[in-house]
Structure formats: structure tokens, C-alpha cells
Design a protein around this ligand. Structure first.
Ligand code: PSV
Ligand code: MN
Length: 379
């Protein structure tokens, strides 16, 4: 029974992958060159199509502006469509400009604030031209030293700037606010946590929601709790999936803490049907594939997500509620563990076979020769 349900759910379970995942990346110490790394948005979409070919689970490609900037956005939309893909969320970039040294949307200089707002408005135009419905905003603003800025004043400047952006959205567009507790600023961040992000999106209005990046919390933060509260208040927009050991490590989702990822899906299932199209929650991967081959790393990430999602479907919720009512702590935990320890890989395999895609995605992609081909063509 669960076997069939699992396969049905996988049909609609789709993940958005980041255009920036296909380009050269590194640490703050060095950017590594990967043979065949994509050099422009078209090559990134081409590579994303490969991930889709071997997983059957890509909903679209998230883009970052100006990294993906082109003159003719309609051609990008067409190019993606021809490959059965959509342009997903549009991510403005407020962290790579000299002017933003002391902040972007919160800068005390009106001209710089306007420049930042203008950039985000340009992103909204790109959304119109590409058919994207989500503006996904991460703000690097903050201060490094006590006394450097006035928290409340910066907060109200931030709200004013966001209001201008929010008012420019079309009715069917959503604004996601992404929080992060540190980096690039180290004394305070202007959107450090889900509480601040929640206050902002609540005051902005219905079209604003919070996006959770799994790498953006302090050690020990209970992320599944955040998922539950934001969802119950109708303010969870989506995820940036990755994994962390220490900080914002941007490692492969599920690689460090598979149980935490499972518990997040357990909470999500209480509020959303993750197999619905269009998705009720945006499931986006935001990783840095510095030392792994990029296309393979994304195939592996999607498999990790599919497996975790399937496991979460095995939770016996009615028994769990009974145990909770009876304060049966061990019983409750055992129900979760039972689901987590279920080997769901046969379901994934059978689903793949039904779909007509190779049973072993990583092996099939490796044998396809695509990596060698792009290494030769792209240098
Ligand atoms: C910031 O660390 C972040 O998570 C934001 O989502 C950015 O847009 C992305 O990383 C860029 O890599
Ligand atoms: Mn992110």
C-alpha cells in the first residue's frame, strides 16, 4: 500500500536546482576550476536538463542576477521550455558591489538604497519575462562592530525598502525573505533569524513569505520547530536545501544530518502535500559543489531528498498522536525511528523503472559521456 502511495507521491515531488551550482565555485580562499563548468545561463540550463534526464524530478532552475544576466530573457525562457524546464526563483544579488560595503537596502545613504531597490525591481521585470513567480531575497546587510549602526533605524529602513519592492510585485508573484545569523557581517545581521523575517513578511502582506536555508542557523537550532510554526502561520515559502557541519557549509543536502532532514519532512507533511503542482512550498537546492562533480552532486542531492521524503511518508501519524496524548515518549520516538529506518530505495527504483529512466542514475549519467563532452567543448 505504502509502496504505491510512495510512487504516486514521487510523481509530483519536484525540486528546483540552482543555476549557480553548475559554475566554478570555491571557498573564501580559492575558486576551483571544474572541467566543463558552465559559463553562462544557457550552459547552466543545459546541465540542469541532464540532472532532470536522470532524476525526472527537476521543476525548474533558480537564477541569480547578475550572474545569469542576458539581454534577451524570452530566449532563456524558450531555451528552458525546449528542455522541459522552467525558470524558477529569481535571486537578486546585493552582496557583490562596492557601494554595498555598509549595506544595501539598509544603507544610510539614500542613493545606495535606491540603487539596491532598483536592482531588485529589475529582477521583478526579469520574472515577468521568464515566467518566474518567486523573488527570493537574501540580504547580506549587517554591521561588524558595536556602535556601527542603529539596529532599529536600520530595521525601519529595511522595511521601507522592502515595501517598495513588495508593492511592485504582480498579484501572482511571491517575495521570499531569507534569513542568516551571520556572514558577511559578524556583529549583527539585519535579518538574522526566522523571527525577524517573520515580522517583516507579516507586515508586508500576503505575498511575502519566509524561506529557510538549512545552513543559516546557529548550532543546535531546532529547524523542524521553525518549519512547524512558520507553516502553521501560513508563512513558510520554501527551502534552500543543503547541509552543514559547522557554519553555512553548503554541503550536499542530507550528507551530515539525515535524521534532521527527515524530521523536517515529517513537519512539512502535516501542512503540505509536497507532490502537488504547482508546489505549495518551494523546494530549492542551494549548495556549493566545490569538490564534487557538479551534475553528479545534484543528482545525488535529489536522490537524498526523494529518499528522505519517502521515509517521511511512512510515519504512522494516528499512532503518533495516540502516543503523544498518552505522554508515551518512547512510543512516539519509536514511531518516527521506524519510518526513518525503512529502506525505501526499492520504491525509488520501481518508480524509476515505471518512468523509463535508468535505475542507477549516477552510473547511467557517468556512462553517458556528457562530462567528457562538456569538458572538451567548454575547456
Ligand atoms: C547566502 O549565503 C545564500 O544562501 C543566499 O541564498 C544566496 O543567494 C546564495 O547563498 C548564493 O550562493
Ligand atoms: Mn540560500
Amino acid at each position: 500500500m505504502k509502496f504505491e502511495l510512495g510512487k504516486n507521491k514521487l510523481n509530483g515531488f519536484k525540486v528546483e536546482i540552482p543555476s549557480w551550482g553548475f559554475s566554478d565555485s570555491g571557498t573564501r580562499f580559492h575558486v576551483f576550476h571544474a572541467p566543463g563548468a558552465a559559463r553562462n545561463v544557457f550552459e547552466r540550463i543545459e546541465d540542469a536538463a541532464q540532472v532532470n534526464k536522470y532524476t525526472g524530478a527537476v521543476s525548474g532552475v533558480a537564477i541569480h542576477i547578475p550572474w545569469d544576466k542576458v539581454e534577451d530573457w524570452k530566449s532563456v525562457k524558450e531555451f528552458a521550455k525546449e528542455r522541459d524546464l522552467k525558470i524558477g526563483s529569481v535571486n537578486p544579488n546585493l552582496f557583490q558591489d562596492e557601494d554595498y560595503k555598509f549595506g544595501s537596502l539598509t544603507n544610510s545613504n539614500e542613493k545606495i538604497r535606491q540603487k539596491a531597490i532598483k536592482h531588485v525591481l529589475e529582477c521583478i521585470d526579469i520574472m515577468r519575462n521568464t515566467g518566474s513567480k518567486v523573488l527570493s531575497l537574501w540580504l547580506p546587510d549587517g554591521t561588524n562592530y558595536p556602535g556601527q549602526g542603529d539596529f532599529a533605524r536600520r530595521h525601519s529602513l529595511l522595511f521601507e525598502s522592502l515595501k517598495e519592492i513588495y508593492d511592485a510585485l504582480d498579484d501572482d508573484m511571491t517575495l521570499f525573505i531569507e534569513y542568516k545569523f551571520f556572514e558577511p557581517a559578524f556583529y549583527h545581521m539585519d535579518t538574522p533569524d526566522w523571527g525577524t523575517a517573520y515580522a517583516l513578511v507579516k507586515d508586508l502582506g500576503e505575498k511575502a513569505k519566509v524561506i529557510i536555508d538549512l545552513g543559516h542557523h546557529a548550532h543546535g537550532t531546532n529547524i523542524e520547530y521553525i518549519v512547524s510554526i512558520l507553516s502553521s502561520r501560513g508563512k513558510l515559502g520554501g527551502f534552500h536545501f543543503n547541509s552543514r557541519k559547522y557554519a553555512d557549509d553548503d554541503l550536499t543536502v542530507g550528507s551530515m544530518n539525515p535524521y534532521e532532514l527527515f524530521l523536517i519532512f515529517v513537519e512539512l507533511n502535516k501542512f503540505f502535500d509536497l507532490s502537488k503542482t504547482p508546489p505549495e512550498v518551494a523546494l530549492v537546492i542551494d549548495q556549493s559543489m566545490n569538490i564534487k562533480p557538479k551534475i553528479k552532486a545534484l543528482i545525488q542531492s535529489i536522490e537524498n531528498l526523494q529518499i528522505t521524503y519517502l521515509k517521511s511518508l511512512f510515519v504512522d501519524f494516528s499512532s503518533l498522536q495516540e502516543c503523544q496524548k498518552a505522554n508515551d515518549v518512547i512510543g512516539s520516538e519509536e514511531i518516527l525511528k521506524d519510518a526513518f529506518l525503512t529502506d525505501v530505495r526499492p520504491i525509488l527504483k520501481e518508480w524509476r523503472s515505471d518512468l523509463g529512466i535508468p535505475l542507477n542514475a549516477l552510473e547511467a549519467f557517468e556512462k553517458s559521456g556528457y562530462e567528457e563532452k562538456i569538458a572538451k567543448e567548454r575547456g
